[in-house]
Every structure is written in C-alpha cells, then in structure tokens.
Design a protein around this ligand. Structure first.
Ligand SMILES: *Cc1c(COP(=O)(O)O)cnc(C)c1O
Length: 344
C-alpha cells in the first residue's frame, strides 16, 4: 500500500521495469540517422510485424508520431477529417495546423469513440475549385477522451471503406491500441488492418520511458523518415530507448488486462460512492466520472491522497496502470470516500 498519493493521472507516469533498465544498459547502438542502430531496427521490425504493416519508424512521442503521419499523408492546405474528441484536436497544441499546415474538418465523436459514417461521407469535399482537398481520415483507438473507448473492428473498417472509396487515406492514432487488443482479444494488426498508417505509444501502459512507432508500408515510412528529420526527431544512438521498447512489447502487453480489471473495479466503487460512472463503458484503463466541479474535486482528492486529471469542467478522469495494484484501488476508493464524506 503506498504511503504517498495514489497516482491515477495517467498511464504515462509508469516507470521502466528493471528488465528495461538492464536492456537499456546493454543495448547495441549506432547512428540511427544513418540507419545504423541495430536495436532501433529490431524494434521497428518487431513493431511493423506486430501491427501487420511492412515497416515502422521510431519517434520520440505520440504527438510527433501523429504529426509525422499527418505530414506524410497530406500536403499543406489539405483537409483532414477528425473527431472533436481526437487527441490530435484536443491535446497536441494545434500542431495539425501550425506545423503540418492542415485544415481539420472536425466531426462530433460518437460516445463509443467513432464517427457517424454519413457525416464522414458528407465531410469529403468535391472537386470544386474553391474547396480545399480532403485527403485523410484520422481515427483513434482506444479513444482517450471518450473514456478509453475501444473502436470496434467493424466500425473502423466501415469508416475506412468510405474514406478509401472517396480517395482519402486513413490514419489511426493507436496510442493505446494494445489496450484495445487486450480488451477485445482481436489483434492490433486486425484492428488496424484497414488503416494506411497506425501509431502506438511505448510510454503509456507499456511503461517504457520514451518512444512511439509509426507503422505503414515501406514507401510511406521512407517518406515519414524525412519528415521526422525535418521536425528534429532524428535521434542518433537511440537504441538505448528502443531496447526498453522491445522489452515493453515482449512483456507489458498482456498485463494490460490487470489495468482493465482495476479500472472496472474502480468504476464500480465510484458508483457505490454515488458517482454516475458508466461501468459498461469502462472498457479499458480509463474511468470517466461526471461530477459537478471536476477541478474542485481533483484539488480535494489531491489533498486526500489521490491524484487525477480532468477532461472538462464536469468530467474527472482516473487512469489505471502498471504500479497500481488491486489493493491500491481499494485504498483509493477509501480515500475518495473520505473526501466525498461518504462511508466506504
Ligand atoms: C498520449 C496520447 C498521444 C500523444 O502521446 P505523447 O507521447 O504524450 O506525445 C496521442 N494520442 C493519444 C490518443 C494519446 O493518448
């Protein structure tokens, strides 16, 4: 049981495992901008294989992974269709416009993290000389701000079919796609099969210190490599990072199931404390609770020894991750109950 606060802010607070630190210390490295870091090459091969794509590229962060993918799919001035809850829209500093120079066509996300097929179809612009060219559809799986919602295989494929029929490419921000794999039992490769590119983070639930991968066909990855260089993301002897990533892929995917079980238990416990959490919709490692004043609650909980984040003025977010055990969930609920002044 932790003496200090129980940190449910994000799965990004996870620490590298002892096995990761050992692998990092012993990693064979080279200059990756020259394509000579054997550990990075091994990670990129493993990632591509895992995702069912031809090739992959290591970048420092999920934000850069999305940005490089956007820049590789689209030319400045073109339009990308995105959900209003997309991480690219809400949490990447506007890089889609500021750096990639793209016009986002923002559609409302459905509560399951998807988009309405008819809206996608009508958002694609015609050949009129006045129009920007609509080039890309970007999805997210799991959908972070929709409470870690799993984007189902059939939804993904249906939306991709519309995009491809209308001449668009498709990208999936799969920062937590392995949470979707573990929650559904459907491989990440299958969940992203209809996507032209897919990214995932090593540094969230997989607990590596740094790194994200972009996976696609070999030509796309070759062009993405140049965009990574343009953004300053060429990293030299970053096999040190990749070594931890290989361990993450090998050892940290299956255990995400524990995070999902803990999130369910937390969701049920919050319901018992009178909060209106949708337990059914708590599919992965993110619990969203509607509350009257999320910022005030977060401050009170911090004083009470539970750290959380807010999604909006009225939505509190709790994230389970490696390092949070079942017993910590019980203790967190006791502390939350004390803050809410309800008997646990
Ligand atoms: C965390 C996250 C990212 C960005 O990853 P960083 O490594 O923090 O830049 C992108 N998309 C989603 C859905 C995320 O949750």
């Amino acid at each position: 049981m932790p003496e200090g606060p129980i940190d449910l802010r994000s799965d990004t607070v996870t620490q590298p495992t002892a096995e990761m630190r050992e692998a990092m210390a012993g990693a064979e490295v080279g200059d990756d901008v020259f394509g000579e870091d054997p550990t990075i090459l091994a990670l990129e091969r493993a990632a591509a294989q895992r995702m069912g794509k031809e090739a992959a590229l290591l970048v420092p962060s999920g934000t850069m992974a999305n940005l490089v993918a956007l820049m590789t799919h689209c030319q400045p001035g073109e339009e990308v269709i995105l959900g209003d809850q997309a991480h690219i829209i809400r949490a990447e500093g506007g890089a889609v416009s500021r750096i990639a120079g793209l016009l986002p066509a923002i559609l409302p996300n459905t509560s399951d993290g998807g988009l309405e097929p008819d809206r996608v179809r009508s958002a694609v612009r015609g050949a009129n000389i006045h129009h920007p060219k609509t080039t890309l559809l970007a999805l997210e799986n799991t959908q972070n701000f929709c409470g870690g919602a799993v984007l189902g295989e059939s939804t993904t494929n249906e939306l991709a079919a519309i995009a491809h029929e209308l001449g668009l490419s498709t990208h999936m921000d799969g920062a937590r796609i392995f949470n979707a794999e573990v929650a559904t039992g459907i491989s990440a490769a299958r969940l992203a099969a209809s996507m032209d590119s897919v990214t995932f983070c090593l540094s969230k639930g997989l607990s590596a210190p740094v790194g994200s991968l972009i996976c696609s066909d070999a030509d796309f990855i070759a062009r993405a490599r140049k965009n990574r260089k343009i953004l300053g993301g060429g990293m030299r002897q970053a096999g040190i990072i990749a070594a931890a990533g290989l361990v993450a892929l090998d050892t940290m995917v299956d255990r995400l199931a524990e995070d999902h079980t803990n999130a369910k238990r937390l969701a049920e416990g919050l319901v018992e404390l009178g909060l209106e959490v949708d337990v059914e919709r708590t599919e992965t490692n993110i619990v969203v609770a509607p509350v009257p004043d999320a910022l005030a609650l977060a401050a009170q909980l911090a004083d009470g020894g539970v750290l959380i984040t807010v999604l909006s003025d009225t939505l509190a977010r709790f994230v389970t991750h490696h390092g949070i055990e079942a017993a910590d969930i019980g203790e967190a609920l006791t502390r939350i109950a004390a803050v809410l002044k309800v008997a646990a």
